[in-house]
Write a protein that binds this ligand. Structure first.
Ligand code: 13P
Length: 214
């Protein structure tokens, strides 16, 4: 894919994230790997007003190229790309139900088999740290280890994928799971699936979702 079309796809992804109501305003950010670095949305910029030249190019050592300042969260984008070679795109959103759970410091346990979509038998919540800090990035890296998504305490969620479409699809799925879990908690204590059952689901996903798991 050319850099020009990747820039256009990042903008589309950020706009879709808001149109789908999994994010609002200038919260959240989107990036995609390119060459030895990545392209990322600029900080505090309305997604509907974005043009290709507003997207910032960054190297893995934190260097920038572009007229705008990169997202304040460039550190966790950079650190995920550096640690996880399979990741091609990252979506960070302040989606309502994932954020609600994160404000209680709660991740999403195996209350539903679809939790496996994030790669394991739970979706963890990273401990709180101030937005934009290296401490937040370090905590995110721990929470997302062996997973494709995590929540962030008192903040929101992150979903990664091989492509922007995969990362956004996973963010939508994680938000749906967060909503179901939060609603179930309002009625009672959800029954959790066993580690054995989640292992079976994860095995089945390798063939069932082999081409589309993100
Ligand atoms: P940016 O506008 O700097 O990307 O920040 C938004 C955000 O969600 C911070 O966590």
């Amino acid at each position: 894919m050319s850099e020009t079309s990747l820039r256009a796809d990042i903008i589309l992804c950020a706009q879709r994230m808001n149109a789908l109501r999994i994010n609002r305003g200038t919260s959240g950010n989107v990036s995609a790997r390119i060459g030895g670095g990545f392209l990322i949305t600029p900080t505090a910029f309305a997604y509907d007003a974005l043009h290709a030249e507003d997207i910032v190019e960054m190297t893995l050592d934190g260097g920038t190229r572009g007229t705008r300042r990169p997202s304040s969260e460039w550190r966790f984008h950079r650190d995920i790309y550096a640690a996880r070679p399979e990741v091609g795109a990252i979506v960070h959103a302040h989606s309502p139900f994932a954020t609600t759970l994160s404000c209680l410091g709660r991740g999403i346990p195996a209350f539903h088999y679809m939790v496996a979509v994030a790669g394991g038998d739970d979706i963890r919540c990273a401990a709180y740290a101030t937005f934009g800090t290296q401490q937040l990035s370090d905590r995110v890296l721990t929470a997302i280890q062996d997973r494709k998504a995590c929540l962030m305490a008192n903040h929101g969620m992150i979903a990664v994928g091989g492509s922007l479409d995969e990362a956004l699809a996973l963010a939508i799925e994680v938000e749906a799971l967060a909503e179901q879990y939060a609603r179930a908690l309002q009625i009672g204590q959800p029954n959790l699936l066993s580690a054995d059952e989640m292992r079976r689901v994860l095995e089945s996903f390798q063939t069932y979702r082999g081409q589309s798991a993100g």
